[in-house]
Design a binder for this molecule. Structure first.
Ligand SMILES: Nc1ncnc2c1ncn2[C@@H]1O[C@H](COP(=O)(O)OP(=O)(O)O)[C@@H](O)[C@H]1O
Ligand SMILES: [Mg+2]
Length: 227
């Protein structure tokens, strides 16, 4: 299964979600690959920290491949070897992100709730719609990330969903906006700096949120596969 994480917007949480998703997938298979197509190689620092931990041998590990340019051939090879391939893309409309979307079963679009992101999202989802002409089976999920955990600001979430609804309508698509969302929590940075996934970290709230997202994501994926 090939899962691409894409959004042109830098800072929306692509790399954070890619590595946490990969760590979570290690519970299901030891053949998990992260293909980092961003020349900044941001996932490498995480794997370096993880591999230098004293308890490194007790931890499960995903394989990291840094690839840029035309990733298609490399991807085809990896699909034969790994059960799950998670592709992290960079914050721009790049060759890598287009190739990733063309080859993927699933596209996850993390988005933060600022208006600026919504504008980028309209452009971004318009492009995804074009990719779907080629990769008809691509299942697309939008994940709201960095939501303010203050319940008084729940309006932020409602406004966000409304905006996605309007975008879908304007481009004539029905991309799923996941019910579960990820809050802005310092634990994401802390876990990464310790070489741990959020589901391995001490922050139970953050862990539960990520688990809820993961279950919904898998459910959606299975539904779209059986459709
Ligand atoms: N849910 C979250 N809560 C707190 N910080 C987050 C969250 N998601 C991402 N971040 C932080 O936001 C910054 C950008 O995230 P990153 O994953 O690098 O985004 P991208 O890969 O899309 O550019 C990083 O410092 C990361 O730790
Ligand atoms: Mg990144």
């Amino acid at each position: 299964m090939v899962i691409a994480i894409g959004n042109q917007k830098g800072g929306s949480g692509k790399s954070t979600i890619a590595l946490n998703l990969a760590i979570k997938l290690l519970e299901f298979s030891d053949k998990v690959l992260v293909m980092d197509t961003d020349p900044q190689k941001s996932i490498e620092s995480f794997t370096n920290i993880r591999e230098s931990r004293n308890d490194c041998e007790k931890l499960p590990h995903f394989t990291l491949a840094n690839r840029t340019g035309n990733i298609t051939e490399s991807l085809k090879q990896m699909v034969g070897i790994y059960d799950y391939v998670v592709i992290d893309t960079r914050g721009s409309d790049s060759q890598e992100s287009r190739k990733a979307m063309i080859c993927a079963d699933k596209l996850l679009v993390p988005t933060t709730p600022s208006q600026l992101d919504i504008d980028v999202l309209i452009e971004n989802l318009g492009r995804v719609k074009e990719i779907k002409d080629i990769n008809e089976n691509l299942s697309v999920s939008i994940l709201m990330n960095k939501i303010n955990p203050n319940p008084f600001l729940a309006k932020e979430l409602a406004d966000f969903k409304e905006a996605i609804f309007r975008i879908n309508k304007s481009i004539g698509e029905d991309f799923t906006c996941l019910e579960s969302s990820l809050c802005e929590r310092i634990s994401y940075k802390r876990a990464v700096s310790e070489g741990l996934g959020i589901t391995e970290y001490i922050d139970i709230k953050a862990k539960n949120e990520f688990e809820a997202f993961f279950s919904e994501f898998l459910e959606n994926l299975n539904q779209s596969k059986s459709a």
